[in-house]
Design a protein around this ligand. Structure first.
Ligand code: ADP
Ligand code: ZN
Ligand code: MG
Length: 478
């Protein structure tokens, strides 16, 4: 292709707080529609908004995590537009004085298809705080509005047009989500609408300095959709340019079912939001000390955590990468590893069993029934050869389903490994008696048959025999 794609993202992230941005209604997903509302978020005349300091702190945190300059003086503005998702006919947002400006975010890792993405920084133009509008739903010949979402604190993170491919846009979204979760700013659960993104994209011939005409794609509700939309749009614009056509600035929607973008509005129909300072809200001043206070609360970031996991727990690069890919997975592992004398074994169990089961059950690690200490307890039983790997999986399954300590489950179900030499000897004798043909083959020199006989011993002991002792005893009796 002779064109280079130029991409800038505008990402909305719901801030996780107890209450909404300007009233005391709970900020909670999943309640019966229109039950988490009050006169303030329903825009009744005569009510006054009161800013949520927790949300402001988290906005500043987001700015610090992306190396932004934090504004000492900031204010809220009214953005006027008329649509049923907004009761007041304006949204409280920030116009010319956002909380955070001029930052950057490191991207890298892998793109959507698993191809590596070269390390680079994407500029952050600004991060501002606003209120989320209501959630509209359409269907069955009617439309509904759920104002529970109206007034939920929302961060808008605007990037510089620094990305050049769908994979870079994807990597940016991953990095942003990672940092938002690390900072405990948002869970960024896209299925719950906690992270939503608009993609701006233009093409220019390779080598040209000026940007081409920008097209905005709205409401991409998964990283996959964002990636597909960029690929599709790159192709669509290139096709128009190739045919000698020209592009005009427009806003398009993305239909994920058809895999196509469609026209929503052109520049001529562009909104005039008539921003002006909200007279009901005082400007926000942040003293240096306030910002430093927030800076002191910043979490250890993924790269630092990876380093520490390598050093402290002797993990492989790969394991450290998987375990730090998410803040809460990292916290879980960290706690379990601290409680254990075999952190590498703990890492194996988290990566190969726990994450797999959680994925299967679509459960967040924070809701996992196995506590980090209990996982460490399970690993200890394996390490001390109280149970073998096979039994451990069984115990793990029960812990995953019902919770509880490994030791208690092993005791209650009599699963402890049998290492008593007398008991093992009698099972081995039994196995030898029951399999004369294989015994003969072994004695005739076919050493491979031993594995079969070990299997029989394990079966007769219902998986409880200590395999090393079983092998030794078999060799002895044979
Ligand atoms: P608008 O005034 O239309 O909101 P902005 O300049 O504020 O446009 O930019 C909005 C988003 O579009 C930003 O993320 C920015 O990086 C991106 N953007 C701006 N110009 C281009 C361009 N020519 N191609 C791709 N993205 C662009
Ligand atoms: Zn309210
Ligand atoms: Mg803009």
């Amino acid at each position: 292709m002779k064109y280079e794609a130029v991409i800038g993202l505008e990402v909305h992230v719901q801030v996780r707080t107890k209450s909404k941005m300007f009233c005391s209604c709970p900020n909670r997903y999943g309640a019966e529609p229109n039950t988490l509302v009050c006169p303030v978020c329903m825009g009744y005349p005569g009510t006054l908004p009161v800013p949520n300091h927790e949300a402001i702190r988290k906005a500043v945190k987001a700015g610090l995590l992306t190396e932004c300059t934090i504004a000492g003086f900031s204010k809220f503005d009214r953005k006027s537009y008329f649509y049923p998702d907004l009761v007041k006919n304006y949204q409280i947002s920030q116009y010319d004085l956002p909380f955070c400006v001029k930052g950057r975010l490191a991207i890298g890792g892998k793109g959507f298809s698993g191809e590596p993405v070269a390390d680079k920084f994407v500029g952050i133009t600004r991060i501002h705080l606003e209120e989320d509008p209501a959630k509209l739903s359409h269907g069955g010949g009617a439309s509904g509005a759920d104002y529970n979402r109206s007034g939920v604190p929302l961060l808008e993170v605007v990037s510089e047009p620094d990305m050049r491919s769908a994979d870079e846009a994807y990597a940016y979204l991953c990095a942003l989500k990672e940092i938002m979760r690390y900072g405990d700013i948002s869970d960024c659960d896209m299925e719950k609408g906690q992270m939503r993104c608009d993609v701006n994209i233009s093409l220019r011939p390779f080598g040209q300095k000026e940007f081409g005409t920008k097209i905005e794609l709205k409401n991409l509700n998964s990283f996959r959709a964002a990636h597909r939309a960029v690929e599709y749009e790159t192709w669509r614009q290139a096709d128009i340019l190739d045919k000698g056509g020209s592009l005009r600035q427009e806003t398009r929607g993305w239909n994920d079912e058809n895999g196509e973008s469609y026209l929503m509005r052109t520049k001529e129909q562009a909104h005039d939001y008539r921003y002006f300072p909200d007279p009901d809200l005082l400007p926000v001043t942040l003293a240096e000390a306030d910002v430093e206070d927030i800076r002191a609360s910043l979490p250890e970031l993924p790269a630092a955590k990876r380093e520490r996991f390598l050093r402290e727990y002797g993990l492989t690069e790969y394991d450290a990468g998987v375990l730090t890919s998410d803040r809460f997975i990292a916290d879980y592992f960290d706690a379990a590893a601290r409680a254990s004398s075999s952190p590498k074994l703990v890492a194996n169990w988290v990566i190969s069993e726990l994450l797999w089961e959680l994925g299967n059950a679509k459960t967040d690690i924070r809701d996992c029934r196995i506590s980090p200490a209990d996982l460490a307890g399970l690993v200890e039983l394996i390490d001390k050869a109280v149970i073998n790997g096979k039994i451990a999986k069984e115990v793990f399954s029960e812990m995953f389903a019902k919770g509880g300590a490994a030791k208690a489950i092993v005791e209650a179900r009599g699963l402890a490994q049998v290492s008593d030499s007398g008991a093992i000897a009698s099972v081995v004798t039994e196995a030898i008696k029951a399999n004369p043909a294989q015994v003969e083959q072994y004695r005739a020199g076919n050493a491979k048959v031993l594995q079969f006989l070990v299997g029989q011993v394990m079966k007769l002991s219902r998986g409880k025999a200590n395999p090393q002792l079983a092998i030794a005893e078999l060799k002895k009796q044979l």
